[in-house]
Write a protein that binds this ligand. Structure first.
Ligand SMILES: [Zn+2]
Length: 300
């Protein structure tokens, strides 16, 4: 039986916001069984909260932003990816401002701090979204699909016309070990011309070589270089794992991504949740998934 989990006790991480450049603080707090994951803006009157669900995603440019008409929470995907890896189901994530600390641009600090505190099992089984019919969004340019799979596997391809990136591919079964070693340390990245455009709009004020890989037209500007030769595709897997939290349940399936970003991940999550005949909610204490025959939804 796989039971729901929350954090053993509260953990706080301090840092700066990528866009505001202002100091910000995030606290991960245990939550009761069947709560799900919520962001709570502690700095606003009445501390409004928003559940981590795809229907509350309000922007996907450069990062995933959750929000309502009156408040938002930006760059949620790096901390959420650690929750996917650690199988945390119920959590209140309290924030002192509109952004999650960018830390070093990866998920390592979130993962290690949460892992250090540890999780506790709760008194109810976890329900997985088990995709039993292939689900597809996108087009020939960029696409995402999910196939039946007994676990969580991601196959990701990126292709950037830059001499230091090019075509990169990763195929990985997600568990705590693969996440910690192969995915969490991969940093976010940006192109100098985009960073300059963002700065001109008053954004990316906290962005620096300390918290992102920055590329000019031909080279990587960070003096320390890359953590992995294919750090870029690894970071895309990290982002996808964070965005998967917006399903509201852990996914069982094989996620195949081609040039997919936050926008496509949001379309995919909405499409899964709006296509109830493509999945079942299963509790692994009672049911072992079986895989019906399927066809890859592409024709050449
Ligand atoms: Zn990212």
């Amino acid at each position: 039986m796989f039971l729901q989990q929350t954090l053993r006790k509260k953990v706080t991480i301090k840092g700066i916001g990528l866009h505001t450049g202002a100091p910000t603080e995030i606290s991960f707090c245990p939550a009761p069984v069947n709560t799900g994951v919520y962001f709570v803006r502690r700095d606003l009157p009445q501390c409004p909260a928003i559940p981590v669900l795809s229907k509350h995603v309000k922007a996907t440019a450069y990062a995933t932003t959750l929000g309502s008409d009156v408040f938002s929470v930006a760059t949620v995907e790096h901390c959420l990816s650690s929750l996917t890896a650690l199988r945390i189901d119920n959590l209140f994530i309290e924030l002192s401002g509109p952004e999650i600390p960018i830390c070093d641009g990866s998920a390592t600090i979130f993962f290690e701090e949460l892992q250090k505190v540890g999780v506790v099992e709760q008194d109810s089984p976890r329900e997985y979204i088990f995709v039993h019919k292939p689900i597809y969004v996108g087009n020939q340019e960029k696409h995402a699909y999910v196939l039946p799979y007994n676990g969580l596997r991601i196959t990701c391809t990126v292709d950037f016309p830059h001499p230091k990136i090019g075509l990169q591919y990763m195929d990985v079964d997600i568990n705590q070990n693969t996440f910690q070693k192969d995915i969490a340390p991969a940093r976010t990245f940006g192109f100098l011309k985009d960073v300059e455009a963002l700065r001109a709009r008053g954004l990316a004020r906290g962005g620096s070589l300390e918290n992102a890989i920055v590329l000019d037209d031909t080279t990587i500007m960070n003096p320390e270089g890359l953590r992995f030769k294919d750090e870029f595709v690894r970071h895309k897997v990290l982002d996808a794992l964070g965005d998967l939290m917006t399903l509201g349940h852990p996914l069982m399936g094989h996620l195949v991504l081609y040039k997919a970003g936050h926008d496509l991940m949001n379309q995919l999550a909405n499409h899964i949740l709006n296509t109830p005949d493509s999945y079942r909610l299963i509790d692994l204490g009672r049911e072992v998934p079986t895989f019906p025959p399927f066809q890859v939804p592409f024709e050449s």
